[in-house]
Ligand binder design. Structure first.
Ligand SMILES: CC(C)(COP(=O)(O)OP(=O)(O)OC[C@H]1O[C@@H](n2cnc3c(N)ncnc32)[C@H](O)[C@@H]1OP(=O)(O)O)[C@@H](O)C(=O)NCCC(=O)NCCS
Length: 212
């Protein structure tokens, strides 16, 4: 695994920013990954609400994003608001990825139930104008640092990535996930069956402690 000198800096948080759950306002300085001439960006994760709809539509209507995602995409603001109200807000763990406070993408962990409840599935997407700056990798590390604390029953965080999505595979590799193998014709993307790689990170993997 690569060495990573970035750190989650909870000292940025004041009491208003740190309500019930610490992950609702995790912040991370991305000085290490920022462009050479920009050391001011702060990546944070927070809950979304209906007032975020315009930002939300930016990545959910981005064709570069939807071609890799089985998630819904929207044309109307009304549909997006309904999706935020019906899916995003009630979701057990859905956060906006924010750059200097502006939502530019989202990241979620969907829990499994019953005898599969030791597992959660990670998903993420970022508006394409922000790609290639290390933002998704940072967000994944922040989730890994938070989720095993918030959900102590969770043993395994997994992610399935289409074999023809090398950017997302790289994100998971950089965040210390293990590539476990190929699952053939695992899900439909735009109506076509896709082969995927299964990646996982375990609560006991040493890199998890390093992210905290
Ligand atoms: C996947 C996604 C979240 C990555 O976001 P990002 O902020 O650009 O990711 P990062 O900058 O942290 O890392 C991307 C890495 O992939 C690499 N990469 C990007 N495109 C690549 C390609 N076509 N081939 C090989 N590597 C590629 C980048 O070079 C970078 O690696 P590096 O740091 O070693 O150079 C973003 O591309 C996205 O939203 N895609 C559409 C939705 C999606 O695929 N979601 C995941 C579904 S599983």
């Amino acid at each position: 695994m690569e060495s990573d000198s970035s750190c989650i800096d909870l000292t940025h948080l004041n009491e208003e920013e740190l309500p019930m759950k610490f992950d609702e306002s995790l912040k991370l300085s991305d000085k290490e990954d920022a462009g050479a001439d920009d050391y001011s960006d702060i990546i944070s994760l927070r809950l979304l609400d209906l007032t975020d709809v315009d930002d939300f539509m930016e990545w959910f209507t981005d064709d570069n994003v939807s071609k890799f995602c089985s998630c819904d995409s929207f044309v109307s603001k009304e549909d997006a608001m309904r999706y935020i109200a019906d899916v995003v807000i009630p979701h057990p763990w859905f956060r906006a990825i924010c750059l200097n406070g502006k939502p530019i993408g989202s990241i979620s962990v969907s829990p499994f139930q019953g005898s599969d409840r030791c597992r959660g599935e990670l998903g993420y997407e970022l508006s394409s104008k922000y790609w290639g700056r290390g933002i998704a990798t940072m967000a994944v590390k922040m989730v890994a640092a938070a989720i095993f604390v918030e959900w102590p029953h969770l043993e395994r965080l997994e992610a399935v990535v289409a074999v023809d999505n090398p950017g997302s595979q790289r994100v998971l590799e950089k965040a210390g996930f293990i590539k476990e193998g190929v699952l053939r014709k695992y899900y439909l993307l735009n109506g076509k069956p896709k082969d995927v790689f299964m990646f996982s990170l375990l609560s006991t993997d040493t890199q998890v402690a390093y992210f905290m």
